[in-house]
Design a binder for this molecule. Structure first.
Ligand SMILES: CC(C)(COP(=O)(O)OP(=O)(O)OC[C@H]1O[C@@H](n2cnc3c(N)ncnc32)[C@H](O)[C@@H]1OP(=O)(O)O)[C@@H](O)C(=O)NCCC(=O)NCCS
Length: 149
C-alpha cells in the first residue's frame, strides 16, 4: 500500500465535503441520520477547517486515489473529531498508517473518542495507539487519553 497524508487546503475543500458525505452515509447506520432537502448530509463544521487555526483537516491518499480523512482539533489535548477510511481500503493498515502520521505531526497530549455504538472503532483505536493509554467510558462514548512524545 502506497500511503500518503496531505493537509487539506481550500483547494481540496470539495474533496473533503464529498468524503464527509460518504462518512455520514456509513455512520447513518449508527446515528440514523437522514439526508436534508438537498439530498445531502452536510457537515456543520466544514468551514472551520479552512479558517480556524486550531482545526486541521488531512486527506489520505492510497496509490494515488483519495482514501479517507482525519479532522483534528489541536489541543492540548489533540482531539480527533472525525476519522474515516473508505470501505475498499479498510483492513489493509491504512487507518493505522494515518494515525502514525498524525502522531508524527502532532506530539503531546491526545484524546480520542468513539461512540459506544461503534465498537469496531474502539477495536481500531486500541490497535492504532502505539503508546500507553488510559481508557474511560461514560456509557455513551469510550475515550483513550495518552501522550505522544
Ligand atoms: C475504523 C476505521 C477507521 C479503521 O480503518 P482501517 O484502515 O480499516 O484500519 P486498519 O486496517 O489500520 O486496522 C488496524 C486494526 O484495527 C482493528 N480493526 C479495524 N477495523 C476493525 C473492524 N471493523 N472490526 C474489528 N477490528 C477492527 C483490527 O485489529 C485491525 O487489524 P487487523 O486488520 O490486522 O485485524 C474504518 O473502519 C472506518 O473508517 N470506519 C468508519 C468510520 C469510523 O468508524 N471512524 C472512527 C470514528 S471514532
Amino acid at each position: 500500500v502506497n500511503f500518503t497524508m496531505v493537509t487539506c487546503t481550500r483547494a481540496e475543500r470539495t474533496v473533503l465535503r464529498h468524503l464527509l458525505e460518504l462518512y455520514s452515509y456509513d455512520f447513518s447506520e449508527i446515528d440514523g441520520r437522514d439526508l436534508d432537502a438537498h439530498g445531502e448530509y452536510g457537515y456543520r463544521y466544514l468551514h472551520e477547517y479552512f479558517g480556524v487555526p486550531e482545526r486541521v483537516a488531512y486527506l489520505f491518499v492510497v496509490d494515488g486515489a483519495w482514501a479517507g480523512f482525519a479532522l483534528i482539533q489541536l489541543g492540548p489535548p489533540v482531539d480527533v473529531a472525525e476519522f474515516f477510511v473508505m470501505r475498499k481500503y479498510r483492513r489493509r493498515g491504512v487507518g493505522t498508517m494515518a494515525v502514525a502520521e498524525l502522531f508524527e505531526r502532532h506530539r503531546g497530549k491526545w484524546r480520542v473518542r468513539q461512540l459506544t455504538a461503534n465498537p469496531r472503532a474502539t477495536d481500531f483505536w486500541r490497535r492504532a495507539i502505539t503508546v500507553p493509554y488510559t481508557e474511560s467510558s461514560d456509557g455513551h462514548e469510550v475515550a483513550q487519553e495518552f501522550e505522544v512524545l
